[in-house]
Design a protein around this ligand. Structure first.
Ligand SMILES: Nc1ncnc2c1ncn2[C@@H]1O[C@H](COP(=O)(O)OP(=O)(O)OP(=O)(O)O)[C@@H](O)[C@H]1O
Ligand SMILES: [Mg+2]
Length: 355
C-alpha cells in the first residue's frame, strides 16, 4: 500500500478533488484537457515537492488563486502518515505528519513516485542536469549518507564560486578546495556505486523493451586519471578566468550506450523514449527493493506515445514491478494493464460520479 487518499485544491484546472486510491492500479480516463495529467502532476508533486511539467509555481496554481494545497495520506504497514504541500508564488511549504519539513526529501521518504510521460526522452536528449537529477534521486534512495555529502559539496561549490567572482579573492576560493575535493570525491563515488547497482536491471529491462544491449557509463565530472584535488589545482587558472569552478561532480553525467554505441547518436525518438523508460523502470525497481511497498509509477497517456508492440513491452515490465500505478488514458481499454482497482472518469477538472 502506498498512497491511500489525496485531496487537491486549486491545482491547475482542479478546483477541489478528493480521491481514494487502489493500492495497485488507478486509472484516470477522460477527454483531452479534462485534467488527467493535472491529476498525475498533483500525485507527483505530493511525493517530490515539484512538478514534472513546469518549474513555475504560478503556472500550476489554479488561475486567479493565491495558492494550491495537496493533502495525501500514505500507509505502509504502520499508522498512516499525512503529507501536505502548499504552493504559492513565493515557494512551497511542506508538512509531514503535521509538522513543517525541511525539504522535498522528507516527502519522498514516505512516497517516492516516478513518472513516464510524453517528455521522457528529454532525459537522454537534453543537457546533463536532468541526468544528474535522475542519478541523485536514485542515490538518495540507496545511500543513507547521500544528502549530507550532497549538501556539503554544493555548499562548498557555491562559496568557492562566489569567491571566484570577486576580484582578488583567489586565496578565499582556494580555501574551499579541501572541502570541495573531499565531498566531491565522495559524491562521485556514491553516484558511481549507484550506477553499478543500476546497470544489471537496466541491461535486463533494456533487453525486454528494445531487444538490444543497453549499458550505462558514469562520468565523474573531471578527468578520471586525477583526483579531484589534482583536477582543481590544474584548472585553477581557468576557474579564475571564467570565475566559476570547471571540474567536479556538478559536471558529472551518464552516457547510455546501445550495443556499445552512445545512444544519443544512434537511436530513433521512439527508441529514446524506451531507453529513458528503461532507466526509469530500472531505478524504480531498485528503489522499491530498498524500501518495499512505497513506490509509485505514474504513466501519462502511454497509449498515445507508443506503438502497440512497445506499449505491450512496457506493460509487461510494469506488471512485474510491485508498485502502485497511476495511469491516464483517453479510453479505458487502450492501456492493456487489465482491470483497474479504481477507475476515475475525469470531466472538466472534476471526477464524474461512478455510473
Ligand atoms: N494554472 C491553471 N489554472 C487553470 N487551468 C489550467 C491551469 N493550467 C492548466 N490548466 C488547464 O487545465 C486543463 C487540463 O489540462 P491537462 O493537461 O490536465 O489535461 P489532460 O486531460 O491531460 O489532456 P490531454 O488528454 O490533452 O493530455 C487544460 O485545459 C489547461 O488549459
Ligand atoms: Mg494529458
Amino acid at each position: 500500500m502506498a498512497l491511500v487518499s489525496l485531496t487537491i485544491d486549486q491545482f491547475r484546472c482542479l478546483e477541489h478533488v478528493e480521491l481514494g486510491f487502489d493500492p495497485k492500479y488507478n486509472l484516470f480516463v477522460g477527454a483531452n484537457a479534462s485534467g488527467k495529467t493535472s491529476l498525475l502532476e498533483a500525485v507527483f508533486f505530493l511525493g517530490r515537492g515539484r512538478s514534472f511539467r513546469s518549474r513555475r509555481l504560478e503556472r500550476i496554481i489554479r488561475q486567479g488563486q493565491p495558492d494550491f494545497t495537496l493533502v495525501g495520506r500514505v500507509q505502509h504497514g504502520g499508522p498512516p502518515v499525512v503529507l501536505g504541500v502548499r504552493g504559492a508564488r513565493g515557494g512551497t511549504e511542506i508538512r509531514v505528519g503535521g509538522a513543517p519539513a525541511q525539504s522535498a526529501a522528507d516527502l519522498a521518504v514516505h512516497f517516492p513516485p516516478q513518472v513516464i510521460d510524453p517528455e521522457i526522452h528529454k532525459l537522454l536528449e537534453e543537457g546533463p542536469s536532468r541526468r544528474r537529477r535522475f542519478l541523485d534521486w536514485g542515490v538518495f534512495h540507496v545511500e543513507h549518507q547521500f544528502m549530507g555529502v550532497w549538501q556539503r559539496y554544493y555548499r562548498a561549490l557555491k562559496q568557492r564560486n562566489a569567491a571566484l567572482r570577486q576580484r582578488g579573492s583567489e586565496a578565499l576560493a582556494a580555501a574551499w578546495d579541501g572541502e570541495l575535493a573531499q565531498a566531491g570525491e565522495q559524491l562521485a563515488t556514491l553516484r558511481e556505486r549507484y550506477v553499478a547497482q543500476l546497470e544489471p536491471d537496466l541491461v535486463r529491462i533494456g533487453r525486454q523493451l528494445l531487444d538490444l544491449e543497453v549499458t550505462v557509463v558514469h562520468h565523474r565530472g573531471w578527468a578520471a586519471e586525477f583526483t579531484l584535488a589534482e583536477a582543481l589545482q590544474q584548472s585553477a587558472e581557468r576557474d579564475r578566468r571564467y570565475q566559476i569552478t570547471q571540474v567536479g561532480p556538478h559536471r558529472g553525467d551518464i552516457t547510455v550506450r546501445v550495443e556499445g554505441y552512445a545512444a544519443r547518436e544512434r537511436v530513433s525518438r521512439g527508441q529514446q523514449k524506451l531507453l529513458a523508460a528503461a532507466l526509469t523502470l530500472a531505478q524504480l525497481g531498485l528503489q522499491d527493493r530498498m524500501a518495499p511497498g512505497r513506490s509509485a509509477l505514474l504513466l501519462d497517456d502511454p497509449a498515445a506515445e507508443l506503438d502497440a508492440t512497445n506499449l505491450g513491452r512496457i506493460v509487461e515490465v510494469v506488471q512485474q514491478l510491485p508498485v502502485q500505478l497511476f495511469v491516464t488514458s483517453l479510453r479505458p481499454d487502450l492501456v492493456g494493464l487489465g482491470r483497474p482497482g479504481a477507475l476515475f472518469h475525469v470531466e472538466q477538472g472534476r471526477i464524474a460520479p461512478a455510473a
